[in-house]
Design a protein around this ligand. Structure first.
Ligand code: HEM
Length: 978
């Protein structure tokens, strides 16, 4: 099943395309197919596709591609597999050959084959579609909220907006500590000590934009500002779209939660609202819908990531004022228009919601009328109607571990015996990892809110549970492992060059023995942050999106599509230099940049500078590397913000509201007895806050790793929210119940922050709208199948909750998309004027993406969420110099760059065999686990991806089957009833 790495045809611009097209035509015509009989059936379609060339990028927002290709293209890549589904709103590529498990292979083929085989065409086609999506997203979906948007649209002087590289709004203000050091009132440039490491508050990542991504900067948006805060009805389109139907508490968030989010329980008493049974008895049972290819480690991983990336809360709080959370009204369906009416006491009881719940109102940074500017003769908003601050750094800098401001840094405890290390105290359990230790608990004088008392000390302590405790322990051990390796190297070669440099004395070699404790601490932070980014990009995400195109796509983001194919990479570099290096059309170059980066990969972009090459050069030991620490354009040269300063958008936070991933009970196992036996069922709520700390030290990290590694996480779908999160006790709230329903709060917070509702959200992101609730049902399911009936049951509840209205075809509702015939989309969504249509425009975005039953193979998330990731997952790499041009020994040390590149100190280690047809290095989290919990080696020997349930047999090509691997057959998780 081995195959050659993919040449990204889509990455080749104009001049290279003509000969390539010709060559392709020849090859297509001449090749005796490897696919078996019938493979040439689509030759005419492929010829037509190739002759048609690449589609141009959409000129206008409403002309976007929407993941929908032409008929010939679809047939060339999928025969008639896609045909039946091409009219659904969902993207085409998920039907292409080779993009799912073996059943997606071209009939008669016995492997994926080369690029021109049917399967190869399918996979390349999917990658091509995905790259188009990314380029369109870069073009149409960047909306900075910090005062630069008018320049993005209008440009500055002769420079088009998308080519701008620095902004006045990214200057440090007068009251900033480093104001004078970066240049004060004059041009600002970070230098010297300020550029050496990841600064605590996130400043000076970009030398010329010191403030970008720093703590307290506003969240950006990915949607037109006019589309935000739809329930305010500030413009005609929003009023037409939603009538008078929406407000903060309408439709009622707790009613939505209870009807659409609650997990059905076959034995409610044994679940006990998520609290399980006394003594963590194995008799407890909380049903949940499980994903067969993704484990609980993956659920907590992503929570751990979000704590690094963003926080709307400040020190675990929002505004002092409390607000109601619903459980008051519901929609009554029927008649000409549905109406809202108060819930009766009986209805409240039946639903199980709580009218007495209260929560602190969300923080708002700005809410005055936004400034406007004129563009193309039309007034446009310069920011959203309100803005909200990101209270941690926006960078992927492990700020949840190391801090994001002075207060959070005081919570980070260093080892007095070796201040380059984090303080870890020996654990009580046996096991080599336990000897590496556990985090100390907060003590007197630590700056914490009372709710965090008794927890392990770390920078970001909120919503602590066993999952957070686990990852903070893991990376504290990894931090210390790096320091220990560095110390060992220092002992072995004290006078050797460590690679580190101080920009103040850039020519002075810093020997191992010269590296100070503080320097080593900060170097280690760089290494750990890069490892985390690598784990997320190359291990977590390919398991979240478990199919071949995404495996290739994510590895391309990190290390390029062309690893091992330097000749092709060199050709790409030439193309870049010749076509875009001197391009007058900077805007065009900016959009191609993302495609071109799939050659060498984003990570390390610009970290080597060669005389005749652009930033896309791969490392070449045969050439002289001109990169210089003294040259800010080298230090900073690999980053690209695409004309819009980096921060996460509100919409990104919304699609990370992944509470459904968490089970109510964790099935506790012990590594040193029999991993197949479940010894306890520990309610997650019994590990909330300080209880996590006890659970961690009582059981030891390896038992938790094994338990969360073996257990499947919750499917991201409707009616699958953890019971304990619907009933979470927050004693800090001065309310009647001291409780909140976290999943109802998910909706409330999105409404407070003006996230557009689901259908407009999709249109804004370049995905086809839905025209009725029935579009949620997966059209691939046979009529009459139990799965289809179940989806229809849930969708009927969706209709009951959100209702219907009589539509008015005279009311346009969006500028972001058009009907397929080019006409304006109106309130009737293609249905006759005056008919009753579903209120699909009102569906909260979280509800909408949870309701998307139609997903590409192996997708644990919906295509709507994925669209948000395509843009932001690559942007947070493209924008960060420590992941691009400053990934250098001058910052990371020689040991540090090797550690990140090879996943550890002892060189690259390859996995046995070729999982899914690829020779792969042992994955980075697996390596971290082996280092920090070596007692797990016998279990980890079976693991390829740490986020795939550890007892599962991965089978062949992207199989999702739930079956035990050899040795795990007796694990009760594989009993047919579970
Ligand atoms: C033990 C498990 C968890 C608990 C107790 C918990 C609790 C909470 C609470 C109380 C909030 C509301 C904060 C507010 O707006 O006032 C929240 C927000 C959030 N949670 Fe969770 N959560 C858990 C797991 C997860 C997981 C697994 C994810 C996955 C990504 C996640 C993602 C989020 C996000 C994105 C927010 C919004 C944060 C923000 O607005 O800055 N949570 N969580």
């Amino acid at each position: 099943m081995n195959r050659s790495p993919h040449l990204p045809l889509f990455a080749l611009p104009g001049p290279l395309l003509l000969p390539l097209r010709f060559a392709l035509l020849l090859v297509l015509a001449a090749c005796a197919s490897t696919d078996g009989p019938g493979a040439l059936a689509n030759l005419a379609d492929c010829t037509e596709m190739v002759a048609g060339g690449l589609r141009p990028l959409a000129a206008e927002r409403d002309q976007r591609f929407n993941g929908k290709v032409g008929d010939a293209v679809a047939r060339c890549r999928s025969g008639d597999r896609a045909e039946a589904f091409r009219k659904t709103p969902y993207v085409d590529w998920s039907h292409y050959w080779g993009t799912a498990d073996e059943t997606s292979w071209f009939p008669g083929s016995t492997g994926v084959g080369g690029h021109l085989s049917a399967n190869g065409r399918g996979i390349d086609g999917a990658l091509l579609d995905l790259e188009y999506q990314r380029m369109e997203l870069i073009k149409f979906n960047l909306f900075d909220n910090s005062g630069t948007f008018s320049e993005f649209v209008l440009g500055r002087g002769n420079v088009p907006g998308a080519a701008l590289k620095s902004w006045g709004a990214m200057r440090l203000p007068k009251d900033a500590k480093q104001y004078a050091a970066v240049g004060g009132d004059g041009p600002q440039l970070c230098q010297g000590e300020l550029i050496r490491f990841r600064n605590l508050d996130g400043t000076c990542n970009d030398l010329r934009n010191p403030r970008m991504g720093s703590t307290g900067m506003p969240f950006a948006r990915n949607v037109q500002f006019e589309a935000t805060y739809p329930d305010l009805g500030r413009n005609e389109l929003a009023r037409n779209r939603h009538g008078e139907r929406l407000s903060l508490l309408v439709p009622d968030p707790q009613v939505i939660s209870r009807k659409l989010f609650t997990r059905a329980q076959s034995q409610p008493a044994k679940c006990n609202a998520g609290k399980g049974l006394p003594g963590a008895s194995t008799e407890a049972e909380c049903d949940y819908l499980k994903a067969p290819f993704f484990n609980v480690l993956a659920a907590f991983w992503i929570q751990f990531m979000t704590h690094d990336w963003f926080s709307h809360l400040e020190e675990g709080h929002s505004q002092p004022e409390l607000m109601p959370m619903g459980c008051a009204r519901q929609r009554v369906v029927g008649g000409v228009g549905d109406v809202e009416r108060a819930l009766s006491a009986d209805e409240i009881k039946a639903l199980g919601c709580r009218p007495g719940d209260r929560i602190d109102r969300g923080l708002v940074a700005q809410d005055g009328a936004p400034p406007e500017f004129m563009a193309n003769g039309k007034p446009q908003l310069a920011r959203a109607y309100k803005t909200h601050a990101n209270n941690v750094t926006g960078w992927w800098d492990a700020s949840q571990i190391y801090g994001y401001d002075e207060t959070s840094r005081k919570r980070v405890k260093r080892d007095p015996k070796d201040p380059a290390k984090l303080l870890l105290l020996p654990g009580a359990h046996q096991g080599a990892g336990e000897a590496l230790g556990h985090l100390p608990v907060f003590g007197v004088g630590d700056p914490i809110t009372p709710q965090w008392a008794g927890q392990e000390a770390t920078a970001f302590p909120d919503n602590w549970s066993i999952g957070m405790s686990f990852y903070h322990t893991l990376f504290a051990r990894e931090h210390n492992a790096f320091v220990a390796a560095f110390r060992a190297q220092t002992r072995a070669t004290p006078d050797a060059d460590s690679g580190l440099r101080n920009p103040v004395r850039a020519d002075d070699v810093i020997r191992y023995r010269d590296v100070s404790d503080d320097e080593l601490f900060e170097v280690t932070r760089l290494v750990v942050a890069a490892e985390i980014a690598k784990i997320h990009t190359t291990e977590w995400t390919p398991q979240l999106l478990y199919d071949e195109p995404l495996y290739l796509g994510m590895n391309a983001n990190w290390s390029g599509l062309l690893a091992g194919h330097e000749a092709v990479a060199a050709a790409l570099e030439k193309v870049v230099v010749q076509n875009f290096g001197k391009s007058e059309n900077a805007k065009k170059a900016t959009q191609w940049y993302s495609a071109l980066a799939s050659g060498p990969g984003i990570f390390g972009l610009g970290s080597h500078v060669y005389g005749d090459d652009a930033v896309f050069a791969r490392y070449d030991p045969g050439k002289t590397d001109l990169w210089s620490l003294k040259n800010p354009d080298h230090v900073n040269g690999g980053i690209n913000h695409f004309g819009s300063p980096f921060n996460f958008p509100e919409e990104f936070v919304s699609v990370y509201r992944l509470h459904a991933l968490v089970p109510d009970l964790i099935e506790l196992r012990e590594w040193d007895v029999d991993a197949n036996v479940i010894r306890h069922k520990v309610p997650v709520i019994e590990t909330f806050r300080a209880k996590a700390t006890l659970a961690m030290t009582d059981e030891g990290a390896a038992n938790w790793a094994l338990s969360m590694g073996r257990q499947r996480l919750g499917l991201l779908t409707l009616q699958n929210a953890p019971q304990f999160l619907q009933n979470l006790e927050l004693p800090r709230l001065d309310s009647a119940t001291h409780q909140v329903d976290v999943v109802a709060l998910d909706l409330l917070r999105d409404r407070e922050r003006g996230v557009p509702r689901f259908n407009e959200f999709r249109r804004q992101y370049g995905l086809r709208q839905l025209t009725s609730f029935d579009d949620f049902v997966d059209a691939r399911l046979p009529a009459g199948s139990p799965e289809r009936a179940e989806q229809q049951r849930v969708i009927a509840i969706l209709r009951e909750v959100y209702g219907q209205h009589v539509c008015d075809a005279g009311k346009p509702i969006t500028e972001a998309q058009r009907n397929p015939d080019g006409s304006t989309i109106n309130d009737c969504l293609g249905h006759p004027h005056g008919s009753r249509v579903d209120n699909i425009e009102d569906v909260d975005t979280v509800v909408g993406w949870l309701a998307e039953y139609t997903r590409p193979h192996g997708f644990a998330i919906s295509e709507t969420q994925f669209q948000v990731f395509i843009l932001n997952a690559s942007r947070r790499l493209f924008s960060d110099r420590f992941f691009t041009s400053s990934f250098r020994p001058e910052f990371y040390t020689h040991l540090g760059t090797r550690w990140v590149t090879d996943n550890g100190p002892d060189g690259k280690v390859m996995e046995l065999g070729t999982p899914n047809g690829h020779a792969v290095p042992v994955a980075p989290l697996k390596r971290v686990l082996l280092r920090t919990m070596p007692e797990l080696k016998p279990e980890l020997d079976h693991v390829v991806n740490s986020f795939d349930p550890w007892g599962r047999d991965r089978g062949d090509y992207y199989s999702l089957r739930w079956q035990a691997r050899p040795g795990a057959e007796s694990d009760p998780a594989f009993k047919p009833t579970r």
